[in-house]
Every structure is written in C-alpha cells, then in structure tokens.
Design a protein around this ligand. Structure first.
Ligand code: ZN
Ligand code: ZN
Ligand code: ZN
Length: 162
C-alpha cells in the first residue's frame, strides 16, 4: 500500500463525523490482538468481528493488493494504529513491521528534503561565487584602468619635466 493510499485513508477517517467510533475501533484492534477468550462472552461485543478480520487477513488469497475490500479496511486500521502506537512489544498484527516501514518512509522523505536543501544551497553558493567573481573582475579592471591612467599622467609629467 502506497503512502498516497494511506493519506487518502486518513483523510476519509478524518472526515468521519464520529471520531470516537474510530478510536473505539482502534482500541478494539489492540484488545482483539491480546484477547485470549475463545468464547463469545468477551466484554467487547465486536471482539470476535475484529478477530475474524485478523483471521481473514491471514487466510485471504486475494489480499489488499488484489483488491480485497476487507483486507484494505484491515490494513487502513492497522496503519492508523501503527502511526499512533508507542508500544514496542505491541501484539497487533504487523504493527512492528508497519512502524518500521513508516519510520523508513519518514527517514526517506527527510533525506530527500535534506538533499533538496543541499541542492538549493549549492546553487545559491554558485550564484554567490559568480557574483563575487564578477565583482573581482570589475574591481581588477577598474584598478587596472586607474593604474594605466596614472601611468599616463606619469608619462606626461616625466615628458613635461624633460
Ligand atoms: Zn476480546
Ligand atoms: Zn481479504
Ligand atoms: Zn501497535
């Protein structure tokens, strides 16, 4: 799943009027990944549903890459969870993989941004160097002209003296 899709998913979720529903869903995700109860008597009424989602994710042959809507939904939730998750020993499926993946994406965009800044600075430095070179050239030419002019008057003076 690309970053673009994730961004889209986040936008969709942000637009959701009931943000607390999403939080409940993410809580449920964490719970279901740890819940050991085999019965349907879990305090979370949707626990079995989420467990079913996990099971589906493990068994599905279509997968999100093949267009499975259930898998896509699960991945959205898992990615949302991983973004906010601070638990290094998290039991949510793929959470550690996703965190690592997100961290690398972040690093990648950081280094790309750094490279862009470096390139900008290099260009600016080249510009400045160019300006300095032009300035130096102008100064040299001017002083050369001064020198020549002074030499000219010196010659005139020496001619007048003789
Ligand atoms: Zn449960
Ligand atoms: Zn699926
Ligand atoms: Zn987690």
């Amino acid at each position: 799943m690309g970053l673009l899709e994730l961004g889209y998913a986040l936008k969709v979720f942000e637009k959701m009027s009931d943000r607390s529903m999403l939080r409940k869903m993410l809580d449920l995700l964490v719970h279901a990944s740890q819940c050991q109860c085999r019965s349907s008597l879990c305090q979370y009424p949707n626990c079995r549903k989420v467990k079913g989602l996990f099971r589906h994710g493990m068994q599905c042959r279509t997968r999100a890459s093949g267009g499975c809507a259930v898998c896509k939904k699960m991945w959205y939730l898992l990615q949302l969870h991983a973004r906010a998750c601070k638990e290094s020993k998290c039991h949510v499926p793929r959470c550690r993989d996703l965190k690592e993946h997100l961290r690398r994406l972040q690093q990648h965009s950081d280094s790309r941004r750094r490279a862009a800044v470096m390139e900008m600075m290099r260009q600016r430095a080249a510009e400045v160097a160019g300006e300095v070179a032009e300035l130096e050239l102008a100064v040299t030419e001017k002083s050369y002209r001064c020198l020549r002019e002074r030499k000219g008057t010196d010659t005139v003076l020496s001619v007048a003296q003789t």
